[in-house]
Design a protein around this ligand. Structure first.
Ligand SMILES: [Zn+2]
Length: 317
């Protein structure tokens, strides 16, 4: 089920406030050309992500290079941000126009607004689709679900739910409820920027994408054995690599304590559209559903007692 889409943002100089959907978060201010955008939040519904991705692959196979990010931006502009209006027929019509020779920019009404969507979506989804080395197909999804094939989990959209440990605050992430000890795989390739204990996240890992626009946060990892051996700050990891194991650590100033009631993986995604130091956290519910189609295969090594990716890649791009 997908919740109505919300993306909310205001374009101060040219537009008044557009109320779109998406679970919003911390106010964001970035400049694009002469437009200042505030309060951007992101929550594209799963169906729109999935169908524009399929359209991207289909267009690519026809030699038409139009990315899903351009398709998403064009549709968002056409809907004036009200993505609850999304229908697959509109995407099909858009594809037909593109195949008849028109460009995306010819099909938008307000090019400034289109550019704003393009920038936002490139920031959130920019590393998701492209040429891949790990699989046989050479163009497709470069990112993986954070939990590999064969390891069940449940989840619901819990972004923004109240949390009270330490202080009253919003839940700026997404929880995947699963058994303790489930291997965690990196969603996107990147560089390990944080590794260790945090009183809120317990044992946690922070990985920044190579373009530095996305910071992934994996928390509440397993007591005693939270991280894959060899992982260290500064190390490059590839999408789909095993980086750690789920648990219920956290909510304590004392290292290695498990004060979380239910074992789960907390994942967070913070975006940096420009060089802004602000943290803008993204609702990952739709994205997590989208990534369910792409779960890494892992195997257990009896000697090291660790899981490893069955298809390790040297692709660190
Ligand atoms: Zn959480």
């Amino acid at each position: 089920m997908s919740k109505p889409f919300h993306l909310r943002f205001s374009l101060l100089l040219l537009f008044s406030v557009l109320m779109i959907s998406v679970g919003i978060i911390v106010p964001l201010v970035f400049r694009h050309h002469d437009i200042t955008i505030q309060n951007v939040s992101f929550d594209i519904p799963y169906e729109m992500l999935e169908q524009t991705y399929r359209a991207d692959i289909d267009l690519q196979s026809q030699g038409k290079k139009v990315s899903w990010i351009e398709l998403l931006s064009c549709l968002s502009e056409n809907y004036q941000g009200d993505l609850s209006r999304y229908r697959q027929e509109d995407l099909d019509d858009l594809k037909s126009e593109l195949c008849s020779g028109k460009s995306v920019r010819e099909l938008v009404h307000d090019k400034e607004q289109y550019s704003c969507y393009l920038k936002l979506y490139e920031t959130v989804l920019g590393g998701f689709v492209g040429d891949v080395e790990r699989q046989q197909e050479d163009y497709g999804l470069k990112v993986f679900s954070p939990l590999p094939k064969g390891f069940p989990y449940t989840h619901y959209d819990d972004f923004g739910a109240e949390r009270t440990y330490g202080y009253r605050r919003s839940h700026l992430g997404h929880d995947l409820i699963c058994q303790s000890g489930t291997p965690v795989t990196a969603i996107e390739s990147g560089t390990v920027e944080a590794l260790g204990w945090n009183q809120y996240g317990g044992w946690r890992i922070g990985i920044r994408s190579f373009d530095k626009k996305r910071y992934y946060y994996y928390a509440h990892l397993q007591k005693d054995r939270p991280f894959q051996s060899g992982l260290s700050i500064g190390k490059v990891v590839c999408a789909g690599d095993v980086i750690g194991y789920t648990g219920q650590t956290g909510y304590s100033r004392t290292e290695n304590e498990s004060n979380i009631e239910i074992p789960h993986l907390h994942i967070g995604l913070s975006i940096s559209p420009d060089d802004s130091s602000e943290e803008i956290w993204v609702d990952l519910y739709g994205i997590t559903r989208f990534l369910e189609q792409h779960r890494a295969e892992v195997f257990y090594d009896l000697q090291t007692k660790e899981f490893h990716s069955a298809a390790p890649s040297s692709d660190a791009s």
